[in-house]
Ligand binder design. Sequence first.
Ligand SMILES: C[S@@+](CC[C@H](N)C(=O)[O-])C[C@H]1O[C@@H](n2cnc3c(N)ncnc32)[C@H](O)[C@@H]1O
Length: 295
Amino acid sequence: MSPVAGTALEPDHAAVLDGVDQLAAGRYRSELDESGLLDVDGFIDEFDELDEGHYNADFDWDDFNPDSYRTHNYLNLRDDDTEIIRMVGAFFGKFFETPPLAGLRGLDVGSGANLYPTMAMLPFCDAIDLRDFSRSNVAWLKRQVEFYDNHWDAFWDAYGGVPAYARLQKPRHRMRKAARVDRMNIFRLPERAWDIGTMFFVAESLTRDPGEFWQATISFGRALRVGAPFAAAFMADSEGYWVGDTYFPAVAVDLAKVEDCLSVVAHKLTLTMVETDSPLRCGYGGMILATGVAR
Ligand SMILES: C[S@@+](CC[C@H](N)C(=O)[O-])C[C@H]1O[C@@H](n2cnc3c(N)ncnc32)[C@H](O)[C@@H]1O
């Protein structure tokens, strides 16, 4: 399916040529054959594929390979994720300086193969609902929350500068007790059901349609009770991403677009651009972290 004519996503020639240059340079994936020449057939296939879908429902999310995604993104703790963890831990730690009287119910939506957003809520929650639309991710999450892999320890340790996290001695045990994994569509989340929430690299990374980015973000905000704190992360200026051999879409957002949208459902917003000298991949311009309170 082609982008809808007349929208902001209508490809202009400069952007198309930029995409061609990036493919030719092998910046998405290597398209050069052994002789170093461009594999023209593969190149054309891939470029067609980039133009294949537009809306969330155009993509087969069950093809999302959680092991590839985890290995590429989270096998080793990166400097930008460390910075995000410190900021999110400090935000929730300060918000709950006076601990809540009862354990809260947390939501992590679009969890994919990432446990560190859920970890951010562990000290404060009796129950944390991990929700994703992809059956492959849901199956991966169900296994991991039972006893998560050792490399996640570094992520937990990065929260350790905040007393609420340092006090929690057995995070694996708490994860197993609190986490409840289920398949759910972000566009169909129940309203005002959760006390604290996280949504990392989801609303801008599930569609090429700016309207759906807005819907997903607003759906997340409305799923939280009024007064609930949240943290949400976004890839800036993303052109989409590969997981293994499968391309998934993105909407290019920046600080202003994220703030514009979040301010419909939240206040006390703080937005931070998190940059790094060693980007995760090509085709994006840093990570945006937003914290705030649902309204
Ligand atoms: C880029 S991944 C982000 C994964 C993870 N949160 C992270 O921090 O790396 C986008 C996630 O959104 C999920 N997703 C896509 N469409 C969805 C939908 N309609 N409802 C819920 N989740 C969806 C995908 O399955 C995938 O896990």
